[in-house]
Design a protein around this ligand. Structure first.
Ligand code: C2E
Ligand code: CA
Ligand code: CA
Length: 427
């Protein structure tokens, strides 16, 4: 007998799913109704699996599977394709029914906290929906369209679910154009460094700068929020960062010769941690320009820690062993889990600019900023506030004993020549 059920969850497997879907489509064709296919993918499940262990990962999958099965009950089929991917088929959907409230129910049930291993876990999920007959008429094709929609839902992340639309191929086109631009910028060496000062508000001096990449193509500026994700996807980010660090070392050596003793903080991407980071190359570079290790710092985001925690820990330890300072960037926007923070030898927390920007007496952002500063203190980490735009914000932060500031209030990111005088400025 061919196995038709998934051993772990008891749900229908892919083979039986295709069968059932074929059958449902046959009936729908005959009775002129529709069939909905929902692709459900858990967010960041891998991080949970890696940090809590596979036993708990399996338990979590079983719990989530049960919840979905209970919800769907007799109205359809729930299948597990493997990993954290599930497909729900709803038969007999009426012409005007868009299933939004049903999808919302699934999301709510998946996201209800689960207590496991003395931790309360919350998994979120992304869902993509495709319909027979509008989106496709073959089982495998329908699942694929739902998967495409799910992928978009994951990127948009606001509502957590998306319908497959022809608009998606429109967006795929825009995306392709951007990709071509970035490829051209890459082969024509169109990226350059901007620097933004980081200030110590106790001494009113510049302690370092953050390196922020810029690009220019056909006289049009390119901004990192656009090109960094593409560079990552194309895996060019490693080479682009290497070149940026070389320019930074050159700039720093000129500033050091003028008496500056601070650092350049370099943003690393998740890809640097999925591959082996070339620390030897960095050490050689610093050596070549006669710079101490304090001259370079690195910033990573929580995504790095979540994605593959064992490997991340190992790589982070390599940096720390060499004496480099590592900062956790955009703190507060990701998981911000205490247990993660404790696990990694990071010495700086950067409070995300969105919290600092929108901080007002008594609001939630203010509470978050205060909590983050306390957290950093308790973990023996120092704290840099990003996105300081006004004097009032700077004073507020000083009142909370957060003295390292970065933001438009002090200076916008600018070229090496423009930043040079700011390195020696009394703020
Ligand atoms: P980030 O690391 O969080 O960098 C800080 C961003 O905040 C920069 O945006 C900076 O221009 C902006 N910013 C600074 N002060 C203020 C302020 O007072 N108000 C507001 N609203 N914004 C402020 P930018 O330069 O557009 O960079 C965006 C993101 O792109 C960076 O966010 C970083 O994640 C990424 N990025 C930039 N350069 C690199 C790089 O060389 N490598 C990698 N992997 N990522 C980079
Ligand atoms: Ca950063
Ligand atoms: Ca940041």
């Amino acid at each position: 007998m061919i196995a038709t059920y998934d051993g772990l969850t008891g749900l229908v497997n892919r083979t039986l799913l295709l069968d059932r879907l074929e059958h449902a489509i046959g009936l729908a064709r005959h009775h002129e109704h529709r069939v909905a296919v929902m692709f459900v993918d858990l967010d960041r499940f891998k991080g949970i699996n890696d940090s809590l262990g596979h036993d708990y990962g399996d338990k979590l999958l079983r719990i989530v599977a049960n919840r979905m099965r209970n919800l769907v009950a007799e109205s359809g089929t729930v299948a597990r394709l493997g990993g954290d991917e599930f497909v729900i088929v709803i038969e007999e959907v009426n012409a005007n029914d868009d299933l939004s409230s049903f999808v919302a129910q699934i999301i709510e049930s998946v996201e209800t906290p689960i207590s496991l291993a003395e931790e309360v876990l919350r998994v979120s999920c992304s869902i993509g929906v495709a319909f027979y007959p509008e989106d496709a008429s073959e089982p495998a094709e329908l699942i694929k369209q739902a998967d495409v929609a799910m992928y978009t839902a994951k990127k948009d992340a606001l509502s957590g679910f998306t319908y497959f639309t022809t608009d998606m191929s429109e967006r795929a086109k825009t995306r392709l154009q951007l990709e071509n631009k970035v490829k051209r910028a890459y082969s024509d060496d169109c990226f350059f460094n901007h620097y933004q000062p980081i200030i110590d508000a106790r001494t009113n001096t510049t302690i370092g700068v953050e390196l922020l990449l810029r690009g220019k193509l056909d006289n049009e500026p390119l901004f990192p929020d656009q090109f960094i994700p593409v560079l990552e996807e194309l895996k060019y980010i490693i080479e682009v960062t290497r070149q940026a660090m070389r320019r930074a070392a050159e700039d720093l050596s000129s500033w050091y010769s003028q008496g500056f003793t601070g650092f350049v903080s370099i943003n690393l991407s998740a890809l640097h941690f999925k591959t082996e980071f070339d620390l030897t190359g960095v050490l050689t570079l610093l050596d070549e320009f006669n710079l101490p290790k304090e001259a370079f710092r690195f910033e990573i985001t929580e995504g790095v820690l979540m994605d593959d925690s064992d490997n991340a820990l190992r790589q982070i330890n390599r940096f720390v062993k060499e004496g480099f300072v590592l900062a956790l960037d955009d703190f507060g926007t990701g998981y911000s889990s205490l247990s993660y923070l404790k696990r990694y030898p990071l010495s700086v927390l950067k409070i995300d600019k969105s919290f600092v920007n929108e901080m007002a007496p008594g609001n939630a952002n203010e509470a978050l900023v205060t909590t983050t500063i306390t957290l950093a203190n308790n973990l023996n980490m120092s704290c840099v506030a990003e996105g300081v735009e006004t004097k009032a914000q700077a004073e507020e932060l000083i009142g909370k004993a957060c003295y390292f500031h970065q933001g438009y209030f002090y200076a916008k990111p600018c070229t090496a020549e423009e930043v040079a005088p700011l390195l020696f400025k009394a703020w």
